[in-house]
Design a protein. Structure first.
Length: 436
């Protein structure tokens, strides 16, 4: 017997002792008795596991739905990227999480992660798809088209539009690369949708483990109070896609309309949309838009849409979209005017040049311009476009005293756009140092 053969049982024993076992609860679904509860599902996920064997046991879970179970795929990919060896234990039952797992083709979880050409091989009526690139985007849309074939033509085009916008967001903002432990491969987003024929309802989920909405939207609108507030802001017209603007009042681009229009379409169809990101969930219902802080978090974003198909539909997609765009333009004009009235806009390069370094100039500007603006109740918007260098001494002279006078409200009252990472980091340090 070789030394390797002798050590093999010892190695297996050590691995067994280190293994973390995660057992799915008896029920693993977002809804019970018409009450939606995301905390129940999210409490299962332990995102802190690293470099340990993990066993996910599906056997005792007898009540589950496809959208909730599909999130386990993303969880397994994330653990793999954190150095964990993940295995699944299934039962042979024809119901419960094990049956759903097989039906979706989720046994191919790791081959799909490790090969961009691989896709889940599940039941065509319960499709689970990885979303990594434009080819995957097209596959999801084509699959959705087969689902809606025979529906009212407006349902088909409307669902296609909403799905396209959510997929675009997942591709654009949900990108996540796993590092050396998975050979620097991209962790895909996923799409899963199910037609519940008995209730004539379509449910679908688009999910990723990217940066999340708050971090994404703070690139243009820093200082969001919570994930809930960031999600709500992303649903407003021309918010979630506006980055790198030169003048925040005149140079807004036309991005950021997708979530706004999609959420309004969902409301018009008497459907429900749930946007979960970080520790926040926002529910877009036919009646209103409400948010809630969750007890557990999701590292990234997922959107769940539930839609009951009606026999006699009277809506027309292009008319709805035209109406929403006109309303968005009115909202944007109103918001822009409010921003002009309530904010004191400062182009740093105009006042101090590309090298904003003179401490005395900063002090003079602070006393003559910033403090009077704050006294009037205005907020300060500092635009660092075309500024190459701005050292700590300059920025501290400009901002430390105003921040100290405002306290914690300075995170709301002083906004910074178009700053380099170095300048942004320095300002964050000054904020922390003077609000502690």
């Amino acid at each position: 017997m070789t030394l390797r053969d002798q050590l093999s049982p010892l190695k297996k024993q050590i691995e067994r002792e280190k293994t973390v076992s995660l057992e799915l609860p008896n029920r693993f679904a977002f809804k019970e008795h018409d009450i939606v509860d995301f905390n129940h599902v999210l409490s299962f996920f332990d995102w802190g596991l690293e470099d340990v064997p993990v066993r996910i046991d599906l056997r005792k879970c007898l009540a589950a739905n496809y959208q909730a179970v599909s999130l386990i795929v993303l969880y397994a990919w994330k653990l793999k990227a954190q150095g964990c060896k993940v295995t699944f234990i299934e039962s042979d039952e024809d119901n419960g999480a094990s049956a759903l797992w097989r039906m979706m083709g989720a046994r191919g979880t790791f081959p799909v992660l490790l090969s961009e050409k691989q896709q889940f091989k599940g039941n065509s009526l319960k499709p689970l798809l990885a979303v990594r690139n434009n080819d995957d985007f097209k596959s999801v849309i084509e699959t959705a088209d087969t689902y809606t074939d025979g529906f009212n033509v407006e349902y088909s085009s409307t669902l296609r539009y909403v799905l396209s916008e959510l997929l675009y967001n997942a591709l654009e903002h949900g990108r996540n690369y796993g590092g050396e432990k998975i050979r620097n491969r991209q962790i895909p987003a996923i799409s899963q949708f199910t037609w519940y024929k008995k209730n004539n309802e379509i449910h679908f989920i688009i999910a990723d483990t990217g940066v999340g909405i708050k971090e994404h939207i703070e690139q243009a609108y820093p200082g969001q109070d919570s994930d809930v507030e960031a999600i709500k802001l992303s649903l407003k017209a021309q918010r979630s896609g506006t980055f790198g603007v030169n003048n925040p009042y005149t140079d807004k681009n036309n991005a950021g309309m997708g979530l706004y229009i999609s959420s309004n379409i969902v409301r018009r169809l008497n459907a429900d949309m749930y946007v979960v990101s970080g520790e926040g969930v926002v529910h877009v219902s036919p009646r209103d838009v409400t948010g809630k802080i969750l007890d557990n978090r999701w590292p990234g974003t997922f959107v769940l849409v539930t839609l009951k198909l009606e026999a006699n539909t009277t809506f027309v997609l292009y008319k709805m979209m035209q109406e929403f765009r006109e309303e968005a333009e009115r909202e944007q004009k109103k918001a822009s005017q409010m921003e002009v009235d309530e904010r004191y806009y400062v182009s740093i390069s105009n006042y101090f040049g590309s090298f904003a370094e003179n401490k005395e100039e900063a002090i003079n500007f602070r006393d003559r311009r910033l403090f009077p603006a704050l006294k009037k109740g205005q907020s300060i918007l500092l635009d660092f476009d075309n500024v190459t260098s701005s050292p700590h001494s300059f920025l501290s002279a400009l901002l430390a005293s105003p921040i100290k006078s405002l306290g914690m409200s300075s995170y709301k009252k002083i906004k910074v756009v178009n700053a380099s990472p170095e300048i942004r980091e320095t300002i964050d340090f000054i904020l922390d140092d003077n609000t502690g």
